[in-house]
Design a protein around this ligand. Sequence first.
Ligand SMILES: *[C@@H]1O[C@H](CO)[C@@H](O)[C@H](O)[C@H]1NC(C)=O
Ligand SMILES: *[C@@H]1O[C@H](CO)[C@@H](O)[C@H](O)[C@H]1NC(C)=O
Ligand SMILES: *[C@@H]1O[C@H](CO)[C@@H](O)[C@H](O)[C@H]1NC(C)=O
Length: 173
Amino acid sequence: MKYLLWICFLFIGKSHGYVRLTNLACESYDKTFVDFPECRLKVLGRGIIGANIHVKFLKLPINRMAVRFTVYRKLSGYHPFLFNVSEEFCRVLKHPNRLRVFYYFYTAFLPFSNLNHTCPYNADVFIRNCTLSDRMFAKVPLPKGIYKLTLEMDDGVVNWVSIINVYFEINVD
Ligand SMILES: *[C@@H]1O[C@H](CO)[C@@H](O)[C@H](O)[C@H]1NC(C)=O
Ligand SMILES: *[C@@H]1O[C@H](CO)[C@@H](O)[C@H](O)[C@H]1NC(C)=O
Ligand SMILES: *[C@@H]1O[C@H](CO)[C@@H](O)[C@H](O)[C@H]1NC(C)=O
């Protein structure tokens, strides 16, 4: 499921709701490559929860990095739901395509990050005060429910070295 086109037709009538972050967890399997000095949710205001992540890279620069983006929905336990895509991050930045799922989400998170340039990356990555809104999911067919979104990163060679787990809830007013 890499392309979004059909979704626009399917969900034109989607009603408004809210999207709320409920938990966040980051894990590094190789702390000689990447670490997370910060990975937490913070209350920014009444009912507003923001995510803060500091991704520390220990082997700079980054010229190549595979990422895997997966969405899970909770039924009895979390099950993969609709999206499970792998991309090469530097290539996505170099050849943007708004119809591809990963790039769509990248642009949604861009305003909260310092990921606004192409490779190479020579410094740590920060996500600050990142809030979710139903606008972010306007083109994505996620019905009311409890979700987990994971972003895995590799070391530029072959090994998956870290995972960021974002837990959120979609409800309707
Ligand atoms: C994040 O939110 C906190 C609390 O509202 C605020 O003090 C801080 O300046 C914000 N940081 C950024 C980078 O926007
Ligand atoms: C996602 O796809 C990859 C490769 O295509 C596969 O190895 C992995 O198990 C899948 N993940 C889930 C949660 O289904
Ligand atoms: C990226 O964001 C920073 C800080 O907001 C800004 O100073 C810089 O000009 C931006 N770079 C690009 C290529 O947009």
